[in-house]
Design a protein around this ligand. Structure first.
Ligand code: CDP
Length: 262
């Protein structure tokens, strides 16, 4: 039994499985808040690099996670560099620095720390419940991560788990990096992603896995819009909600999650 009526869509899956692209569009179509929980783990990882703390120092890293002021806000009108949200640590804009390869390398270790998970998933649950219940001005929430359906919002009536082969996800991430004019080595991106998937899946606390009642979507070969449509039809059935606006104008019709890079 769901104790709380919450208009929530939980989207989980491994790195570069398309969670943010698809989740953002679903949020736009339903006028739901889109919230990417990964940015919070990345912000903590960025902060410990910035402060010269070892990622293995569980006490110090846990303390940072509990105390860090992380801001996640809709971009302002002047911020037109492709960001989905503006991420701040204190007053500092860290939107792009949390995507650096150095952060990628340590973020799974930081995210395996139970004290970090406790601090962040508590905040995420509050955000999810607040926006999912409609009291914060949005009709609902789309929350993406690794443990949304299992731990953060297990009562979400719509739970999605996105999958795609490792090689394909690594190609997508490589393309994202080169589009942002970052130097990247395709083989290194693949190795890093394999390692990150392994640590995320094998950690004791909230490992990456689909919730028992999650709807599995293999995105290989599907376009972005096909995946979005699958989620919207599930949302229509489970939540009784339909698109607030039919606006796909920003999206090339052939945009693909599955086989966009050769
Ligand atoms: O964008 P990408 O899928 O590569 O990663 P992300 O969603 O930004 O998440 C970065 C890291 O944060 C993941 O590799 C996990 O270690 C951690 N994470 C987590 O443990 N739980 C979440 N709900 C979200 C992210």
């Amino acid at each position: 039994m769901n104790a709380i009526a919450v208009n929530a869509i939980a989207i989980d899956g491994p790195a570069a499985s398309g969670k943010s692209t698809v989740g953002f569009l679903v949020g736009q179509r339903l006028d739901f808040l889109f919230f990417d929980t990964g940015v919070m783990y990345r912000a903590v990882a960025w902060a410990i690099l910035d402060r010269g703390i070892e990622s293995e120092d569980r006490e110090a890293v846990g303390r940072i996670a509990e105390q860090l002021s992380i801001g996640v806000n809709a971009p302002s009108d002047g911020e037109t560099d492709g960001r989905q949200a503006t991420i701040q640590v204190g007053e500092l804009d860290v939107t792009w620095s949390i995507r650096a390869p150095e952060v990628d390398s340590i973020v799974p270790v930081v995210a395996a720390n139970s004290r970090v998970r406790k601090a962040l998933s508590r905040k995420q649950r509050l955000i999810g419940l607040e926006h999912g219940s409609g009291v914060a001005g949005k009709a609902g929430v789309v929350m993406v991560g690794r443990d949304i359906g299992t731990v953060v919002l297990p009562e979400a009536p719509v739970k999605i788990y996105l999958e795609a082969p490792l090689e394909e996800r690594a190609r997508r991430r490589f393309l994202e990096l080169t589009e942002r004019k970052k130097e990247a080595d395709q083989a290194a991106v693949l190795d890093d992603m394999r390692l990150r998937d392994r640590i995320d899946s094998e950690r004791a606390d909230a490992p990456l896995r689909p919730a028992e009642d999650a709807f599995l979507v293999q995105t290989h070969g599907l376009s972005v819009l096909e995946v979005v449509d699958q989620i919207l039809s599930l949302a229509a059935k489970r939540l009784g909600v339909g698109p607030a606006k039919a606006d796909d104008s920003d999206l090339p019709l052939d945009a693909s999650l599955g086989n966009d890079v050769e």
